[in-house]
Design a protein around this ligand. Structure first.
Ligand code: HEC
Length: 255
């Protein structure tokens, strides 16, 4: 059996070690892109520098004192506005009650900055900004991410990340680290994954749970560091597995 003859990743043919290294490096880059995506989407939300619990709470649970439109304009949609003056014009209009009679002065700004992604045909994230009727629901009090949006996010995360973590676990299970270490890291990885996605739903219903979102994301990061670096270390640096690997199997240590 493949796993019974397993002599560690360093014993694999060079070409296979390169392939595994490439796979692990691309997974690492994917994780960093995920972190960058979180950074750019959530940092601007509370208008203060850095990623905070407030950024997450406002995004998932919402803010009883502000509308979804305001949050988007200060947050992840800010980048699409051509000037701060335009943003201020829309915010002033919303603060004044977002009346249909005054919409004509706002409409050109929105069609210039938003319609390319939020037209009736494209409707990115289910949002349409073409007419006053489309925009009106966005002016209501912000209740955070919609259930359909959370379902969409969870669905892509579960379907993309879970097979990836399974592959990483398979690679990791072929290393010569002790079974106890493997077990701890794998349980930790999957628990982090459940916490990561589960915490979004908790934060949606209970604002205080926003801290768990940061906690879940961070523990997933720690899991990734182990799942990527430990196999890489064995592939390239463990010359003679039984003698040099400081974390070798307990059963291998007896002569
Ligand atoms: C280049 C494409 C693009 C442009 C331009 C764009 N958006 Fe978006 N918009 C998106 C994407 C993608 C999402 C979903 C990602 C997210 O929730 O951050 C989104 C989400 C939103 C949301 C929902 C946010 C939430 O928390 O559910 C609102 C409201 C919104 N956009 C308004 C706007 C407004 C107003 C403009 C014009 C200033 C604009 N968008 C311009 C792509 C765009």
């Amino acid at each position: 059996m493949l796993w019974q003859d397993n002599k560690g990743l360093h014993q694999l043919p060079l070409s296979f070690r390169f392939a595994l290294t490439a796979f692990l490096c691309v997974c690492g880059m994917g994780y960093l892109l995920g972190v960058a995506n979180v950074w750019f989407s959530y940092v601007p939300v509370d208008q203060k520098p850095g990623l905070s619990v407030d950024d997450i709470r406002l995004s998932f649970h919402g803010d009883p004192s502000g509308s979804k439109m305001e949050k988007a304009l200060y947050g992840s949609m800010k980048q699409y506005m051509s000037s701060d003056a335009d943003t201020e014009a829309i915010i002033t209009w919303i603060k004044a009650g977002g009346k249909e009679s005054a919409f004509d002065s706002i409409q050109p700004i929105i069609s210039g900055s938003c319609d390319m992604c939020h037209s009736a045909e494209v409707a990115t994230a289910g949002i349409i900004t073409s007419t006053y009727k489309d925009i009106a629901p966005l002016l209501e009090t912000d209740t955070g991410k919609s259930i359909s949006r959370l379902v969409g996010l969870s669905h892509t995360h579960v379907n993309a990340l879970l097979p990836l973590m399974f592959c990483l676990s398979i690679v990791f299970s072929f290393t010569r680290y002790s079974n106890r270490l493997k077990g701890v890291i794998m349980v930790f990885s999957f628990a982090s994954f459940v916490l990561d996605v589960g915490s979004w739903w908790l934060a949606k219903v209970w604002g205080q749970a926003a801290i768990l979102v940061i906690f879940g994301g961070a523990s997933l990061g720690i899991a990734y560091v182990f799942l990527l670096l430990l196999p890489l270390y064995e592939i390239w640096f463990v010359k003679v597995p039984d003698a040099a690997n400081p974390l070798r199997r307990v059963s291998d240590q007896t002569p």
